[in-house]
Structure formats: C-alpha cells, structure tokens
Design a protein around this ligand. Structure first.
Ligand SMILES: *[C@@H]1O[C@H](CO)[C@@H](O)[C@H](O)[C@H]1NC(C)=O
Length: 498
C-alpha cells in the first residue's frame, strides 16, 4: 500500500475565488487537499493563503499528472471552472491520469444536461461523477456553503464525511444531502437561483414602494429592513439590503452609494433556464418569470428614458401622480403593509420553485425530497431564511402537498395578510410604480384559489376556430360544436340587442 499519509484526501482544480475559498475550507476542516490550476500563480496564491490562514494541510501542484497522483484512491477531484467547455477541457486533462473508481465533482453552475452527458462519458473509463451545486458566494465557499450534490450515490458516499463538515451547519444538520441521480444537483441549484431572482425582485419592489410612495430616506429604509430582519422575513438578502442603505458614496462624498448605481441588472443564465424549464414542464412560475423580465427591461435604460418623456399624460412628469398619493399615505401603516406583501409574495414564489422541482423529479425519477431541500437551504446559501424551516416542516407534514400555499399554516398566513397585500399592490398600481413580482404572486394566489376560471371561454374559442373540442361541466366526453352556424341561426332568430 502507498503511504497514504503523504497523499491528499481530495483534490480541487480551478483556483478562482470560489475554488480557492472552498479548498481552504476543506483544508481547515482537517482534510489534506491538493490544488491545481493551469495558471501557476493561482496555485502559489492558494498555497500562500493556506499558510496565512492557519497553516492548512494544502499542497499545490503544477501539472495535471502530479496533481492527480497526489490524491489517495479512490480519488475525488472537485473542479470549479467556468461552466461549459472549460469543464470539458479540465475533465479531459485530469481523467487521463485517473483510474476506475475515481470521481470528478463539478462544483460549477452547470446546465444539468451537460452533467448527464459527462456522467455517461466518464463512465466509459469506469469513473464516477457528481454535479454539485454550491451556493453562498465567496463567504459561503470559505466558511460554509449550501451543497447540492447529485449523480453517483457511490461517489457521494466517498466524500460524504468531507461535504458534511465543509457545508454550513444549522440546528438540524449540515446543509448538504444527496440530491438525486443524474443532473439533479445542478437542476436544484438552478431552481435555487431562480428563487433567488424572485426574492431579489420582490425586495427591490418593496424598496421602490417605500421609497417612492412612502418617501422613506435611505436611513429609514435601513431601519425598516433591519427591523424586518428580526421577524418572519429574517434572511440573508434582507440583512444585506439593510447594510446596503448604510454605505456612503466614497467617490463624491455625498449621499449613499445605492443612489449612484446605474439601474441596469446583470445576469448569468440560471434564472433564464429556470423559466425555460417551467415552460417546458407546464409549471406556472410567474413570479420568477416576472423577475427575469424585470432584469430584461432594466437593461433598456435608453429606451426607458425616452419612454419616460412620451408615456406620461401631457404636462405630467414621472412622479407627479405619486406626490398626490404620497401626501395621503400613513407611512407607518404602509411599512407594515409592505412587510406583509413581501412575505406572502415570497411564499408564492417558493411554491412555484418547489412545484417546478417536483415536476422535474417526476419526469426524471429523481425522487427529490422537497422538505430536505428546504432544510439544506436554511444555511450557507443566498436564499437562506428563517422561513425555510417552516417550508421544510410543511413538506414533512405532507410530502404530497400539491402546493405550498395550501399547507394549513401558510394558508392561514396568506389569508391573514391578503388585505395588506392588496393595499400595497393597489397603491402601486394607482401610482404607476410597477411591482411585477408582487402582482405576479398575487395573480398566482388569486388564480390558484378560484374554483372557476374564464377558461370556459378560451375552450369555446379554441373549439370555434380549431375544432379542438371541449369538456362539459355536467357530463363526460369530448364535445364539438358548429359555433359559427349556431351563432348565425340565433342572430337571425333573436337580434334583440341592436
Ligand atoms: C486556472 O486559472 C485561470 C485564470 O484564473 C482560469 O481561467 C482557469 O480556468 C483555471 N483552471 C484550471 C483548471 O486551470
């Protein structure tokens, strides 16, 4: 046997910020780790940090061969490079030196089908594969991320002790679990990011209403978000939002930085994939879609500046309607209403994400455990929030729950808060302040809870022009009607409305 004391327990290739931080985290938890990057300065940088941050058991390697051979078998190698072809390149550089039973773990934001393709490709060499979602940004990677590994269960078992120590820890365990086979880990991470888009959009709308309709200053906004973070909205995103309002602009020395930031949003793709998948699976995800549309529209800064000139009534400026409304609102009550509107809008958004996960799980036979997914999102990741514990419990109480919003506890909360929700959305609509996320959530809620929808008319139209047939409410079977003919006859017969 080789002297395993000189070999590392695991390896990590790709030493951009996330990779470096995750490697240091693993070393700090007592697992000797080998690191590699094509750019040798990245290796040196990481070695230097490992020394500085506590003499961590980390060794640097400068060739794929040395790197792979420095790891004990069966080898597990995490790669953290840009999604897409850099992953394929890294895999082919490393796998030449790997042996049957070894594992590649891709920690990037990869499209789940790429992972499924790679699982198949490396299996021809007897290699195992995990696609592992990693959430929590740089901080998370260094001090405890939420980890979403999917693919080979055997490969998961090989690193289970490591990932359980490296992940964020919450009172009901580490924020990691084996997600499911194939690309399940990447898919769950993708939906996590879609939910994150929704949360950020909803928070920005709450900010907009409070600022524009409520007239709150940055200082007041900071107080409001700080207070919210002590209640049912307690979450990472609400917490950092409070912080943001505190930061002064250092460049001009005047006012807060948030007001100097151009209102154009960037994005990398996981939100778009989430909406595409929702459409593919016929799952309604209007809040997440609204947040994606919000980002697209924000990108049209020049067009919006022009539209701001032409789309207000003659003589009116943007904001004039608002002034009239602002003078009448009770600020305290508005703040409380917006808090409630944000909370229930968020519940609807999570319900959409969870339903998307369930639909995909059924299609792919992943057997996803929705309660467990809510649990591993309680710490480490960007959407971490106190209310995820309640989502976990809702799915534990009833794993077959058709929709989060009909769980008895969430249902009660939604009913209690709907008056406030409608007041906020109504006020925003009146003032011309767009709140597409909150409106989408409210529309979802109002549509889902209605026994009858105007879909009868849509069915009639479809049957009229396309003979698509319709069902009846009072007897079974598919029916078709000669609508045009009957309408002509009755027109000839009646004609009472002229
Ligand atoms: C190494 O570093 C460079 C530059 O930071 C990066 O582009 C590359 O993908 C990294 N990964 C590997 C495995 O070489």
């Amino acid at each position: 046997m080789e002297a395993s004391t000189t070999l590392s327990r695991i390896g990590l290739a790709g030493l951009a910020v996330m990779g470096q931080n995750l490697a240091l985290n693993i070393g700090e938890k007592g697992f000797p780790i080998s690191v590699y990057n094509r750019t040798t300065s990245k290796v040196d940088e990481t070695i230097e940090r490992a020394k500085r941050e506590g003499d961590l058991p980390l060794t640097g390697h400068y060739t794929p061969r040395d790197f792979v051979l420095s790891i004990q078998r069966p080898r597990s190698v995490i790669i953290l490079v840009k999604a897409g072809s850099p992953v394929d390149q890294t895999i082919s550089a490393l796998t030449q030196f790997m042996e049957p039973g070894d594992t590649i773990i891709d920690g990037g934001n990869e499209w789940y089908e790429n992972t499924e393709r790679r699982i198949h490709e490396v299996s021809e060499k007897g290699l195992l594969y995990l696609g592992m979602g990693v959430s929590g940004g740089e901080e998370g990677a260094r001090f405890g991320p939420s980890l979403m590994p999917g693919g080979s269960y055997e490969a998961y078992k090989n690193v289970e002790d490591i990932v359980k120590k490296v992940a964020a820890q919450v009172e009901d365990g580490p924020c990691v679990t084996f997600i499911g086979e194939g690309g399940a880990g990447n898919f769950v991470k993708m939906v996590h990011n879609g939910i994150e888009y929704g949360d950020m959009q909803l928070i920005s709308e709450a900010y907009d209403v409070l600022k524009v309709v409520g007239g709150l200053s940055n200082e007041e906004l900071c107080e409001v978000f700080t207070e919210w973070n002590n209640g049912e909205l307690e979450s990472f995103l609400v917490e950092i939002t409070a912080d943001i309002f505190r930061v002064k602009d250092e460049i001009t020395g005047e006012g807060e930085l948030v007001d100097k930031i151009l209102d154009k949003t960037g994005m990398k793709g996981t939100g778009k994939w989430t909406v595409q998948q929702a459409a593919e699976l016929s799952v309604a995800a209007p809040t997440i879609a609204a947040s994606l549309d919000g980002r697209y529209l924000s990108g049209l800064k020049d067009e919006r500046e022009n539209a701001a000139k032409v789309l207000w009534e003659a003589g009116m400026r943007e904001g004039e309607e608002v002034e009239a409304i602002r003078s009448k609102v009770d600020k305290k009550r508005l703040i409380d209403d917006v808090r409630q509107a944000l909370y229930v809008s968020k519940i609807c958004s999570y319900a959409q994400g969870m339903n998307l996960l369930r639909a995909k799980s059924l299609e792919k036979n992943w057997d996803l455990n929705l309660g467990e997914l809510a649990r591993i999102w309680k710490g480490g990741c960007i959407i971490r929030a106190v209310f995820l514990d309640r989502i976990k419990k809702a799915y534990q109480r009833n794993p077959g729950l058709p929709n989060l919003i009909v769980d008895p506890e969430f249902a009660r909360e939604m009913v209690q808060r709907q008056a406030a929700w409608r007041r906020v959305v109504g006020l925003a609509v009146q003032a011309g302040i767009s709140t597409p996320g909150m409106c989408a959530s409210l529309g979802y809620f109002d549509t889902y809870r209605r026994k009858s929808l105007p879909a009868n008319l849509v069915q009639a139209q479809r049957d009229y022009f396309g003979a698509h047939t319709y069902e009846r409410i009072d007897r079974s079977g598919a029916f078709h009607t000669e609508w045009a003919k009957l309408a002509r006859q009755s027109k000839a017969g009646v004609g009472s409305l002229n």
